[in-house]
Ligand binder design. Structure first.
Ligand code: SF4
Length: 343
């Protein structure tokens, strides 16, 4: 199927299904896909949208698998689909459920006061793990507030799966580097002694987003500043802490877009996040200069194409593209998401 044939099918299905269908597109999707979406946003914003649109029976999530799972968790009355079930997230997949349980067992044996906090970029099983053990989910936009909430309930935070977001957030909370330790699932006992766990305020799971780390570096920041005098640099907090320290700002996708909206004509900004979003923002903001800090795309987001979206719309009546989360997992995952939404 060509893109143009796919577009014809998508338009026809949208017309036929009307309010019964909502197509959600993540900021990191291509222009071709976001142009077909009813709403474009970050993962949590879109999952909430799925739960708030009363009329829609069918939700097609153009993003990666954990995002469609979150929509299915928050909108249990709707059927949620993803145009490519292989569109996973390497970061989410770095926290395997059994490995996390083993780590939890050890951490809670050494310390009686630990709370799990997971970034929303995690599997439904990990969200459920957090819900089951009194924990919470965070986004890159609210991680400071969420950790403050967590420290009102326990002495230590077990943060997963993104070590960079965890360290960047811990630094914002002025947690000394000596009290930030890394649990490496490839090493026996996470590579930590009991004394490391005892002195830690935060135990970071060793996971990372390959789009943001180690790709964006402090050298990139220096190079772009040398090339464009007066340019400011903003990076996503999944980037290396040294890159964040070298940049003028760091922020979630929503915060980056807000920063761009507030720029004055003639200003320049280099952005360290997925290039589809950066390039689209650059095209839409003609009075300012927006450049990618480095041009990096997410291969999994790129798996969603117009022909796959069209095929999904042709198969809403069966389970080919449907995403479901087992009831007990969804129940506990909803607890951790609702803990966050109440903060
Ligand atoms: S950009 Fe990173 S965190 Fe987002 S889906 Fe791609 S690999 Fe996962």
């Amino acid at each position: 199927m060509t893109d143009s044939e796919a577009k014809t099918i998508i338009d026809a299905k949208k017309k036929e299904l009307g309010d019964n269908l909502v197509i959600l597109g993540h900021h990191y999707q291509s222009d071709a896909v976001t142009e077909c979406a009813d709403f474009v946003g970050d993962s949590l914003e879109l999952a909430r949208k799925a739960s708030q649109i009363d009329k829609a029976r069918f939700v097609v999530f153009c993003g990666v698998y954990f995002m469609a799972e979150s929509a299915a968790i928050l909108a249990p009355d709707k059927s949620v689909y993803i145009p490519d079930r292989q569109a996973g997230c390497p970061l989410a997949d770095m926290a395997g459920y059994d490995d996390v349980l083993k780590a939890w067992d050890r951490l809670t044996r050494v310390s009686g006061s630990v709370i799990p906090v997971s970034y929303v970029n995690s599997t439904a099983l990990i969200k459920a793990f957090c819900g089951k053990y009194g924990g919470v989910i965070c986004t890159s936009g609210n991680s400071v507030k969420v950790l403050q909430w967590a420290y009102q309930r326990a002495d230590k935070v077990f943060f997963l799966p993104d070590m960079n977001l965890g360290r960047n957030t811990a630094r914002k909370l002025k947690i000394p580097d000596g009290q930030i330790v890394l649990w490496d699932p490839q090493k026996s006992g996470g590579g930590l002694e009991d004394s490391d766990i005892e002195r830690a305020k935060i135990i970071l799971w060793k996971g990372w987003c390959p789009v943001h780390w180690p790709g964006f570096t402090a050298d990139d920041v220096e190079a772009v500043k040398a090339k464009y005098p007066d340019i400011k640099v903003i990076v996503h907090p999944e980037s290396d802490p040294q890159t964040v320290a070298a940049s003028d700002e760091s922020g979630s996708t929503a915060a980056i877009l807000e920063y761009i909206r507030d720029m004055s004509p003639g200003e320049s900004l280099a952005v360290g996040t997925e290039a589809n979003m950066v390039k689209r923002a650059a095209r839409r903001s003609r009075s300012v200069r927006i450049v990618p800090l480095r041009e990096v795309f997410c291969d999994d987001m790129a798996k969603i194409t117009l022909p796959k979206l069209a095929d999904t719309l042709l198969h809403l009546g069966d389970d080919t593209y449907r995403v479901t989360v087992p009831g007990d997992v969804a129940g506990y995952a909803r607890v951790s998401l609702m803990n966050m939404l109440r903060i």
